[in-house]
Design a protein around this ligand. Structure first.
Ligand code: SF4
Length: 242
């Protein structure tokens, strides 16, 4: 099921599927070649919990920039215990010290795009090169870049299938699931951090701000680059690209 034409066939049908149906399809179609990609935010926790009810074994990976909050590292331990899984931690090629030596101090302030490129995008690309599909928790209501996300789509940027089971969910619905199913989550969410990334680039949001306002505050940056431009719904793909 790696052919774009085959994906095109399921794409519109998948839009009416529940997240569990989307996940089941992905597990069935890709087996060990599909993994949940998660920064272990609220949406990712929903997917991990759902997956645990569908399969005994499933793959989850996270991009460990080595700049994560202590609370995030504790959550990784908690998830591994509760769900009896081993989260695959994907590290950048350069340690923080090496990055400073090569690119100078505090790259995240001077050039956050380059920093995210080194610590997130390259590791993600490396990880995805070993997979046939990846599962993300992106939602259409999160940013303007994510509005066009389909539940099943061909990822032009990375050249594999991208699965977004909760693309049509709202943050409220995500929270309802977490509470109703007693799913563990990052305690920083209770301290006004709706979206949590690296310590250097995440702050609490103020009342009235949107859920990603605390990411790269003051820079105009809203995405780390992982989900930008690769989303090109199949119906709009040029023939030559098929
Ligand atoms: S979120 Fe900040 S610290 Fe983390 S990789 Fe991106 S720029 Fe660097």
């Amino acid at each position: 099921m790696r052919d774009k034409d085959q994906i095109a066939q399921v794409q519109s049908t998948a839009e009416s599927w529940s997240p569990q149906q989307v996940l089941s399809w992905a597990f069935e179609a890709f087996g060990n070649q599909v993994a949940i990609s998660s920064a272990l935010g609220t949406g990712g926790m929903v997917l991990i919990d759902m997956a645990s009810h569908l399969r005994e074994e499933f793959r989850v990976f996270t991009l460990d920039t080595e700049f994560l909050f202590p609370e995030t590292y504790s959550l990784i331990d908690k998830i591994e215990q509760k769900y009896a899984i081993k989260i695959e931690r994907v590290f950048p090629l350069l340690s923080p010290e090496e990055q400073e030596r090569v690119h100078g101090a505090a790259l995240w302030i001077r050039d956050p795009d380059q920093c995210c490129g080194l610590r997130k995008v390259e590791p993600l690309r490396r990880k995805l090169s070993e997979l046939g599909a990846w599962i993300t928790s992106i939602r259409r209501d999160q940013t303007s870049f994510r509005k066009k996300a389909r539940k099943v789509e061909w990822d032009v940027k990375y050249g594999l299938v991208k699965v977004n089971p909760i693309a049509d969910w709202t943050l409220k619905r995500v929270w309802r699931y977490l509470i109703e199913h007693d799913v563990p989550y990052n305690p920083l969410h209770d301290q006004n951090y709706p979206s949590i990334g690296c310590t250097h680039c995440t702050r609490a949001v103020r009342p009235g701000e949107d859920e990603r306002a605390g990411r790269w505050p003051g820079t105009g940056k809203t995405e780390c680059g992982l989900h930008i431009i690769e989303i090109d719904p199949l119906r709009r793909l040029p023939e030559a690209d098929a």
